[in-house]
Design a protein around this ligand. Structure first.
Ligand SMILES: [Zn+2]
Length: 166
């Protein structure tokens, strides 16, 4: 049997897509702050939930989240997964960890990388902080943060992160 007759489990089909992302006013305000190294969530005036990244309205209350809420770049790991499959164009060699990051003072989390720690030591509730790229590389993107890395603080009890009705 020649190599050409060998059954394949998969095939690679590279696809390149070019697209333009048009940020709305809420995301524009957020990304303008990110370019300056600031993470500013937006709060709901009714239920007080803080969204980061913000989308401009509170899905619970249906009102504009027009309260600017400066946050730090510290938080905890809400959940995570170990990535074992390489992603074309991604320079990070598997296995690596992607985690849902809940910043202190925020009510939702966002996806980012965890580095500077052995994978087997990563856990839900672990305290982490952003590791930023050099300032001269900052753009309007959360990719200004290279990854999040553990800090020497006690773990958070994730049950305490549940949204509390006010
Ligand atoms: Zn609300």
């Amino acid at each position: 049997m020649s190599t050409e007759d060998t059954p394949k489990d998969y095939s690679e089909s590279p696809i390149n897509l070019e697209y333009f992302y048009t940020a709305g006013s809420a995301t524009t305000r957020f990304l303008n702050q990110v370019k300056e190294g600031n993470i500013v969530g937006q709060g709901c005036p009714k239920c007080k939930a803080v969204y980061v990244p913000p989308r401009g309205s509170c899905p619970r209350c249906g009102v504009a989240t027009d309260i600017e809420v400066p946050l730090t770049d510290k938080g905890c790991i809400e959940s995570f997964t170990v990535v074992h499959i390489p992603i074309p164009g991604n320079p990070i060699v598997p296995p690596y960890v992607c985690a849902m990051i809940r910043l202190d003072g925020a009510n939702i989390s966002f996806l980012h990388l965890i580095q500077d720690v052995d994978i087997e030591n990563i856990r839900i509730g672990m305290r982490i902080q952003a590791v930023w790229k050099p300032k001269e590389e900052w753009t309007h993107s959360l990719e200004n943060i290279k990854w999040f890395a553990p800090i020497d603080e006690p773990d958070v009890d994730v049950a305490t992160l549940r949204f509390q009705e006010s």
